[in-house]
Design a protein around this ligand. Structure first.
Ligand SMILES: Nc1ncnc2c1ncn2[C@@H]1O[C@H](COP(=O)(O)OP(=O)(O)OP(=O)(O)O)[C@@H](O)[C@H]1O
Length: 265
């Protein structure tokens, strides 16, 4: 008789259950639950004020939710509720396993440190010391994000918005995090710059096998980048599923409106 091997259940990288956060009487997000697996890209869309940024801030440990659990599968410890971590532990996680790409690159870059220095900081924070290797690695990443190597020693404040955003991406990805949180990564950029940046992001995320949670109000961004999509309205998740399925066959009236407004453009 052939022995049937039992498949081990796949461990989620991040498992979120019942997360809620309000600001006084104001609803931030309500009872949000989902799981994300290694290498998967999850898009979170919704109109302004639907709770996307609140959710992202809770997930990345920048804001304490009022209720719920956020369990992250740590490399060295296995699944841990991030709310139970001490502040230094959470900071270490943010420097090693996670990346955070802010909408405004000024929030994610050190504007008074050179471009090369911005990239080298994360490897240094986890122990890299050899100057020559750090510079080579920084320049590899500048090339990956299409920034001229002649700008290695320039400060990011002398860069265009698109270059700053590409530098912020390099700074986050250099240590190959397992999970990257992105808040409107192409917001505030010209349409032509957005398209190039999206292409670049898609290539890097796929090449490195990184899981990502991307918050955006732009359906073109999720169409291009996200394997799965979660739609939020008034703080609640109203629909989630595979991106193409949700956008091509939306069930909730709000998602139908969202999908049809894109088609009409
Ligand atoms: N610091 C705060 N104090 C009070 N209310 C807040 C605060 N931050 C967010 N809110 C409220 O929480 C709700 C969700 O806001 P949030 O910023 O998470 O939405 P969003 O979907 O990210 O919006 P946007 O796309 O405009 O950034 C909104 O009603 C907002 O007014």
């Amino acid at each position: 008789m052939t022995a049937l091997r039992k498949l081990a259940p796949r461990q989620a990288l991040l498992e979120v259950s019942g997360v809620s956060k309000s600001y006084g009487g104001q609803v931030g997000c309500v009872d949000v639950s989902f799981a994300i697996y290694p290498g998967e890209v999850l898009g979170v869309v919704g109109e302004s004020g639907s709770g996307k940024s609140t959710l992202l801030a809770c997930l990345s440990g920048r804001l304490a939710p009022d209720a719920g659990a956020i369990v992250y599968d740590m490399n060295d410890r296995g699944p841990v509720d991030i709310l139970s971590l001490s502040e230094p532990e959470r900071r270490r996680l943010a420097r090693t396993d996670w990346g955070i790409v802010h909408q405004n690159p000024r929030d994610g870059l050190r504007m008074d440190v050179s471009a090369g220095g911005n990239i080298g900081e994360r490897p240094m924070a986890i122990g890299a010391r050899h100057y020559g290797n750090l510079r080579t690695e920084a320049q590899d990443w500048l090339e990956k994000v299409e920034i001229d190597l002649a700008r290695t020693d320039d400060k990011p404040r002398t860069f265009s918005g698109g270059m700053q955003q590409r530098l912020q991406i390099a700074r986050n990805l250099v240590t190959k995090p397992r999970l990257v949180f992105m808040d409107e990564p192409t917001g505030g950029l010209d349409v032509s710059v957005q398209a190039r940046l999206l292409d670049l992001l898609r290539g890097l995320v796929r090449e490195l096998g990184i899981a990502a949670i991307i918050v955006t109000h732009d359906l073109a961004v999720v169409r291009l980048l996200a394997d799965r999509l979660m739609v939020m309205q008034r703080g609640r998740v109203i629909e989630q599923g595979l991106t193409d399925q949700v956008l091509d066959d939306p069930h909730h009236p709000y998602t139908q409106l969202l999908a049809s407004s894109v088609l009409q453009v």
